[in-house]
Design a protein around this ligand. Structure first.
Ligand code: UT7
Length: 327
């Protein structure tokens, strides 16, 4: 019997309707359209309506995914949700999502920030490869607007809200996930984190007054490591799978900064025509960026196409996945 692989057999996404443009931000903080575009590549982002949470973006995306792939909700074996903006501290957003789509399947969340989707995809694939499950839904979703300080120009121009979802199923044709490299270095925490709201510093009047429930980033420090690490890991996965730039159909990069994406493509030797790039419309949706790209480029993908997924984010965490598109 041939080895069971795990392949993405469907993809969907949800982006909130409300747009926050660079012009809107110019009215909120001391910034300007030109600075944002030249330093990041971002023109606008989507913002989820107040009163809704991350599960409210994942659910419509999953409903569409089930319809597209002719899958009944009861057939789902497992839901893994990558997010740093769960609906609540607990229960897991994956459990809330399952309930909202009317099933009681197992599920859990993964907190690996901008690399979360790669961590969740790799984890989901292991359940398929082991033969434990046949249908695993992997969600990458973040409501960054819930943890962004719209008085802080260092961060508020960068992030947006969005969700992407994929269905993972067994594949015996050699398609699907071929290789995965996951890395982390917790010593990066001082440069990218949320100061309060955890067990170390629970919410108090003081933490609210000090604006410590928002994402903090030392952009310059993160940028340097992000360029080196994301480009490095994408190059590493190509090298250890004997892939040349010609073999790669698309780089699917995390969308944090166009300059980091360009550096990664350069290191891989792939031209811009092979890079999925939608940062100008959505900004950085954290765990959402990679599956949202797959969804937007789905029609251009063919069975057997080699894709290199790569991400870097809070933790620090970073990684790369090499997969062969399965449909
Ligand atoms: O996805 C998670 C991982 N995160 C990332 O990968 C993000 C990594 N970092 C970055 O993408 C970039 O560092 C930023 C886009 C955040 C900043 O770009 P930069 O080229 O590193 O700018 P900088 O931090 O060196 O700031 C340059 C100047 C500073 O002014 P001074 O000190 O030179 O006078 C900033 O205060 O730009 C200023 N600045 C702004 N100006 C206008 C910072 N934010 C803004 C802003 N508008 N929004």
């Amino acid at each position: 019997m041939s080895k069971i692989g795990a392949a993405i057999t469907g993809v969907s996404a949800f982006l909130p309707e409300k747009i926050l443009s660079n012009a809107d931000l110019e009215k909120m903080v001391d910034t300007n359209n030109e600075w944002i575009i030249t330093r990041t590549g971002i023109k606008e982002r989507r913002i989820l309506a107040k009163g809704l949470g991350t599960s409210d973006m994942a659910v419509p995306a999953i409903k569409n995914l089930l319809e597209k792939t002719n899958t009944k909700a009861e057939e789902i074996d497992l839901i893994i949700c990558a997010t740093v903006t769960p609906d609540m501290r607990f229960p897991a957003t994956a459990n809330l999502i399952a309930d909202k789509i009317g099933v009681a399947c197992p599920g859990f969340d993964i907190a690996a920030a901008c690399s979360g989707f790669l961590y969740a995809l790799t984890t989901g694939a292991k359940f398929i490869e082991a033969g434990t499950y046949k249908k695993v839904i992997v969600v990458g979703a973040d409501t960054m607007s819930s943890i962004i300080d719209y008085q802080d120009r260092n961060t508020c121009v960068l992030f947006g809200d969005g969700a992407g979802v994929v269905l993972l199923e067994p594949n015996e044709e050699g398609l699907g996930i071929q290789d995965s490299i996951l890395k982390a270095d917790g010593s990066g925490a001082p440069h990218l984190h949320m100061k309060a709201g955890g067990s170390l510093k629970p919410a108090s009047h003081k933490t609210v007054e000090a604006r410590e429930h928002y994402a903090y980033q030392d952009g310059k420090a993160v940028f340097k490591v992000a360029v080196k690490s994301m480009a490095g890991v994408a190059h590493e996965i190509m090298e250890r799978n004997n892939l040349t730039a010609d073999d790669v159909r698309f780089l699917v990069p995390h969308q944090a900064n166009k300059r980091i994406i360009d550096a990664t493509a350069n290191r891989m030797g792939v031209g811009t025509e092979k890079v999925m790039l939608n940062i100008e419309r959505y900004g950085n949706t954290t765990a959402g960026t990679i599956p949202i790209c797959l969804w937007e480029w789905e029609k251009q993908l063919k069975k057997g196409d080699n894709l290199i997924l790569a991400a870097f984010g809070g933790g620090y965490t970073w990684g790369s996945v090499y997969l062969k598109w399965a449909y």
